[in-house]
Design a binder for this molecule. Structure first.
Ligand SMILES: [Zn+2]
Length: 274
Protein backbone atom coordinates (compact mmCIF):
# COMPACT_ATOMS: atom_id res chain seq x y z
CA UNK A 1 0.00 0.00 0.00
CA UNK A 2 1.42 3.46 -0.88
CA UNK A 3 2.76 5.30 2.18
CA UNK A 4 0.49 8.26 1.58
CA UNK A 5 -2.60 6.05 1.61
CA UNK A 6 -1.42 4.32 4.77
CA UNK A 7 -1.03 7.65 6.57
CA UNK A 8 -4.44 8.81 5.31
CA UNK A 9 -6.03 5.64 6.68
CA UNK A 10 -4.19 6.14 9.97
CA UNK A 11 -5.49 9.70 10.22
CA UNK A 12 -9.07 8.54 9.50
CA UNK A 13 -8.73 5.86 12.17
CA UNK A 14 -7.88 8.46 14.83
CA UNK A 15 -10.67 9.87 17.05
CA UNK A 16 -12.00 13.30 16.03
CA UNK A 17 -10.12 15.09 18.80
CA UNK A 18 -6.75 13.83 17.52
CA UNK A 19 -7.59 14.78 13.93
CA UNK A 20 -8.34 18.30 15.12
CA UNK A 21 -4.95 18.24 16.87
CA UNK A 22 -2.95 17.82 13.66
CA UNK A 23 -3.49 21.40 12.50
CA UNK A 24 -4.31 22.94 15.86
CA UNK A 25 -3.05 26.56 15.90
CA UNK A 26 -0.69 27.43 18.75
CA UNK A 27 0.04 30.62 20.63
CA UNK A 28 3.49 29.96 22.09
CA UNK A 29 4.03 31.89 25.31
CA UNK A 30 7.74 31.16 25.71
CA UNK A 31 10.07 32.07 22.84
CA UNK A 32 13.49 33.74 23.23
CA UNK A 33 15.65 35.14 20.45
CA UNK A 34 18.84 35.75 22.42
CA UNK A 35 22.03 37.27 21.04
CA UNK A 36 23.75 33.86 20.79
CA UNK A 37 21.05 32.78 18.30
CA UNK A 38 21.29 35.81 15.98
CA UNK A 39 24.26 34.55 13.95
CA UNK A 40 22.91 30.97 13.83
CA UNK A 41 19.31 31.75 12.83
CA UNK A 42 18.57 35.03 11.01
CA UNK A 43 15.38 36.90 11.94
CA UNK A 44 13.80 35.83 8.62
CA UNK A 45 14.75 32.19 9.23
CA UNK A 46 13.52 32.34 12.85
CA UNK A 47 10.14 33.68 11.72
CA UNK A 48 10.00 31.00 9.00
CA UNK A 49 10.48 28.28 11.62
CA UNK A 50 7.80 29.72 13.88
CA UNK A 51 5.37 29.79 10.95
CA UNK A 52 6.39 26.26 9.84
CA UNK A 53 5.48 25.11 13.33
CA UNK A 54 1.98 26.52 12.80
CA UNK A 55 2.31 29.21 15.43
CA UNK A 56 -0.44 31.81 15.32
CA UNK A 57 1.38 34.14 17.71
CA UNK A 58 4.53 33.94 19.83
CA UNK A 59 5.35 35.79 23.04
CA UNK A 60 8.98 36.73 22.44
CA UNK A 61 11.67 38.11 24.72
CA UNK A 62 15.41 38.24 24.31
CA UNK A 63 18.81 39.01 25.84
CA UNK A 64 19.29 41.79 24.93
CA UNK A 65 16.00 43.25 23.72
CA UNK A 66 17.35 43.90 20.21
CA UNK A 67 16.51 40.30 19.20
CA UNK A 68 12.83 40.81 19.98
CA UNK A 69 12.79 44.05 17.98
CA UNK A 70 14.39 42.28 14.98
CA UNK A 71 11.74 39.55 14.93
CA UNK A 72 8.97 42.09 15.45
CA UNK A 73 10.21 44.08 12.43
CA UNK A 74 9.99 40.95 10.23
CA UNK A 75 6.62 39.67 11.50
CA UNK A 76 4.50 42.18 13.44
CA UNK A 77 1.46 39.92 12.93
CA UNK A 78 3.18 36.99 14.65
CA UNK A 79 5.45 38.42 17.33
CA UNK A 80 4.08 39.60 20.69
CA UNK A 81 6.97 41.45 22.30
CA UNK A 82 7.85 41.44 25.99
CA UNK A 83 10.80 43.15 27.60
CA UNK A 84 13.41 41.05 29.29
CA UNK A 85 15.44 42.96 31.92
CA UNK A 86 18.71 41.49 30.62
CA UNK A 87 21.40 43.15 28.51
CA UNK A 88 23.78 40.18 28.38
CA UNK A 89 24.23 36.56 29.51
CA UNK A 90 25.56 37.64 32.93
CA UNK A 91 22.43 39.56 33.94
CA UNK A 92 20.08 36.64 34.85
CA UNK A 93 22.30 35.83 37.85
CA UNK A 94 22.83 39.39 39.09
CA UNK A 95 19.94 41.62 37.95
CA UNK A 96 18.01 41.53 41.24
CA UNK A 97 20.80 43.54 42.90
CA UNK A 98 21.82 45.64 39.89
CA UNK A 99 20.34 49.16 39.97
CA UNK A 100 21.43 49.86 36.38
CA UNK A 101 18.79 47.33 35.18
CA UNK A 102 16.06 49.81 36.12
CA UNK A 103 17.44 52.48 33.77
CA UNK A 104 17.73 49.92 30.94
CA UNK A 105 14.12 48.81 31.41
CA UNK A 106 12.85 52.40 31.65
CA UNK A 107 14.74 53.37 28.47
CA UNK A 108 13.30 50.46 26.50
CA UNK A 109 9.78 51.13 27.80
CA UNK A 110 10.10 54.70 26.50
CA UNK A 111 11.33 53.54 23.08
CA UNK A 112 9.11 50.51 22.33
CA UNK A 113 5.78 48.91 23.12
CA UNK A 114 5.47 45.60 24.96
CA UNK A 115 2.74 43.45 26.45
CA UNK A 116 4.88 42.41 29.38
CA UNK A 117 8.12 42.45 31.34
CA UNK A 118 9.96 39.12 31.34
CA UNK A 119 10.86 36.45 31.28
CA UNK A 120 12.98 37.16 34.36
CA UNK A 121 14.44 34.77 36.93
CA UNK A 122 13.87 35.27 40.64
CA UNK A 123 13.47 33.04 43.68
CA UNK A 124 11.78 33.55 47.05
CA UNK A 125 12.51 36.70 49.05
CA UNK A 126 14.82 38.14 46.35
CA UNK A 127 11.71 39.46 44.60
CA UNK A 128 11.26 41.88 47.51
CA UNK A 129 14.63 43.56 46.77
CA UNK A 130 14.51 47.10 45.35
CA UNK A 131 15.14 46.25 41.67
CA UNK A 132 12.47 43.52 41.28
CA UNK A 133 10.04 45.72 43.26
CA UNK A 134 10.63 48.51 40.79
CA UNK A 135 9.86 46.11 37.91
CA UNK A 136 6.56 45.15 39.53
CA UNK A 137 5.74 48.88 39.87
CA UNK A 138 6.72 49.61 36.26
CA UNK A 139 4.48 46.78 35.05
CA UNK A 140 1.57 48.25 37.03
CA UNK A 141 2.28 51.77 35.78
CA UNK A 142 2.43 50.66 32.12
CA UNK A 143 -0.36 48.07 32.31
CA UNK A 144 2.02 45.19 31.55
CA UNK A 145 2.00 41.52 32.42
CA UNK A 146 4.92 40.03 34.38
CA UNK A 147 6.48 36.83 33.03
CA UNK A 148 8.24 35.27 36.00
CA UNK A 149 10.52 32.25 36.13
CA UNK A 150 10.00 31.95 39.86
CA UNK A 151 9.08 29.57 42.66
CA UNK A 152 5.62 29.78 44.24
CA UNK A 153 7.01 31.82 47.15
CA UNK A 154 8.26 34.58 44.82
CA UNK A 155 4.94 34.65 42.91
CA UNK A 156 3.05 35.06 46.21
CA UNK A 157 5.35 37.94 47.12
CA UNK A 158 4.66 39.62 43.76
CA UNK A 159 0.93 39.49 44.51
CA UNK A 160 1.62 40.92 47.98
CA UNK A 161 3.41 43.84 46.33
CA UNK A 162 0.58 44.33 43.83
CA UNK A 163 -2.63 42.30 44.34
CA UNK A 164 -3.76 43.40 40.85
CA UNK A 165 -0.59 42.19 39.10
CA UNK A 166 -1.02 40.00 36.01
CA UNK A 167 1.52 37.20 36.10
CA UNK A 168 2.46 34.51 33.59
CA UNK A 169 4.24 31.87 35.61
CA UNK A 170 7.03 30.50 33.41
CA UNK A 171 7.24 26.68 33.40
CA UNK A 172 4.40 26.76 36.00
CA UNK A 173 7.31 27.39 38.37
CA UNK A 174 8.52 23.81 37.84
CA UNK A 175 6.28 23.20 40.86
CA UNK A 176 4.22 20.03 41.46
CA UNK A 177 0.61 19.99 40.16
CA UNK A 178 -0.90 20.35 43.68
CA UNK A 179 1.16 23.46 44.37
CA UNK A 180 0.18 24.92 40.97
CA UNK A 181 -3.50 24.19 41.73
CA UNK A 182 -3.28 26.03 45.06
CA UNK A 183 -1.76 29.07 43.36
CA UNK A 184 -4.32 29.17 40.52
CA UNK A 185 -7.18 28.89 43.02
CA UNK A 186 -5.75 31.74 45.06
CA UNK A 187 -4.76 34.20 42.31
CA UNK A 188 -7.19 34.92 39.50
CA UNK A 189 -4.74 36.94 37.40
CA UNK A 190 -2.15 34.15 37.36
CA UNK A 191 -1.56 32.10 34.20
CA UNK A 192 1.08 29.44 33.62
CA UNK A 193 3.14 28.50 30.60
CA UNK A 194 3.89 24.83 30.04
CA UNK A 195 7.50 25.08 28.87
CA UNK A 196 8.30 21.84 30.73
CA UNK A 197 7.87 18.16 29.85
CA UNK A 198 6.93 16.34 33.06
CA UNK A 199 3.17 16.78 32.49
CA UNK A 200 3.49 14.23 29.66
CA UNK A 201 4.50 10.58 29.84
CA UNK A 202 4.52 8.25 26.82
CA UNK A 203 2.75 10.94 24.79
CA UNK A 204 -0.18 11.09 27.24
CA UNK A 205 -1.04 13.77 29.78
CA UNK A 206 -0.14 12.63 33.32
CA UNK A 207 -3.39 12.15 35.39
CA UNK A 208 -2.56 14.81 38.06
CA UNK A 209 -1.97 17.37 35.31
CA UNK A 210 -5.04 16.29 33.37
CA UNK A 211 -7.32 17.08 36.32
CA UNK A 212 -5.55 20.44 36.74
CA UNK A 213 -6.04 21.28 33.03
CA UNK A 214 -9.73 20.34 33.32
CA UNK A 215 -10.20 22.56 36.39
CA UNK A 216 -8.24 25.51 34.98
CA UNK A 217 -8.60 25.15 31.21
CA UNK A 218 -8.46 28.94 30.85
CA UNK A 219 -5.16 29.45 32.71
CA UNK A 220 -2.50 27.46 30.82
CA UNK A 221 -0.54 28.24 27.65
CA UNK A 222 1.99 26.21 25.70
CA UNK A 223 5.64 27.27 25.52
CA UNK A 224 8.72 26.06 23.64
CA UNK A 225 11.50 28.01 25.42
CA UNK A 226 14.16 28.60 22.76
CA UNK A 227 16.73 29.53 25.40
CA UNK A 228 19.66 28.10 23.38
CA UNK A 229 20.39 28.49 19.62
CA UNK A 230 20.15 24.72 19.14
CA UNK A 231 16.49 24.65 20.18
CA UNK A 232 15.58 26.84 17.19
CA UNK A 233 16.13 23.72 15.04
CA UNK A 234 13.55 21.82 17.09
CA UNK A 235 10.71 24.36 16.96
CA UNK A 236 8.49 22.47 14.45
CA UNK A 237 9.21 19.14 16.20
CA UNK A 238 8.29 20.57 19.60
CA UNK A 239 5.08 22.01 18.18
CA UNK A 240 4.19 18.54 16.85
CA UNK A 241 4.90 17.10 20.31
CA UNK A 242 2.59 19.70 21.90
CA UNK A 243 -0.21 18.89 19.45
CA UNK A 244 0.22 15.18 20.25
CA UNK A 245 -0.30 15.58 23.99
CA UNK A 246 -2.98 18.24 23.51
CA UNK A 247 -4.90 15.67 21.41
CA UNK A 248 -5.10 13.55 24.56
CA UNK A 249 -7.33 16.24 26.15
CA UNK A 250 -10.99 17.06 25.36
CA UNK A 251 -10.95 19.25 22.21
CA UNK A 252 -12.30 22.34 23.99
CA UNK A 253 -9.64 22.14 26.74
CA UNK A 254 -6.94 21.52 24.14
CA UNK A 255 -7.97 24.57 22.10
CA UNK A 256 -7.87 26.80 25.15
CA UNK A 257 -4.38 25.68 26.16
CA UNK A 258 -3.12 25.64 22.55
CA UNK A 259 -4.12 29.17 21.58
CA UNK A 260 -7.33 30.62 23.00
CA UNK A 261 -5.82 31.53 26.38
CA UNK A 262 -2.74 33.03 24.78
CA UNK A 263 -4.93 35.05 22.44
CA UNK A 264 -7.15 36.21 25.31
CA UNK A 265 -4.32 37.13 27.66
CA UNK A 266 -1.82 38.53 25.15
CA UNK A 267 -3.24 38.77 21.65
CA UNK A 268 -5.95 41.30 22.32
CA UNK A 269 -3.34 43.96 22.95
CA UNK A 270 -2.43 45.83 19.78
CA UNK A 271 1.30 46.37 19.76
CA UNK A 272 2.41 49.42 17.79
CA UNK A 273 5.61 51.34 17.85
CA UNK A 274 5.09 54.58 19.79
ZN1 LIG B 1 12.74 31.15 29.25
Amino acid sequence: MPARLVSLLLILALPASSRAGADLPLVDAHIHYNQDAWSVVSPTEAVKRLRQAGLKRALVSSTDDEGTQRLLAVAPDLIIPELRPYRGPGDPGTWVRDESIVAYVEDRLRAHRYVGIGEFHVQGADVDLAVPRRLVQLAKQHGLTLHAHADADAVERIFRQDPDARVIWAHAGMEAPDRVRGMLRRYRSLWADLARSDHVADGKVVPEWRSLFMEFADRFMVGTDTHAPDIWRQVPGRAAWMRAWLADLPPDVAEHIAWKNGEAVLGAIAVKQP
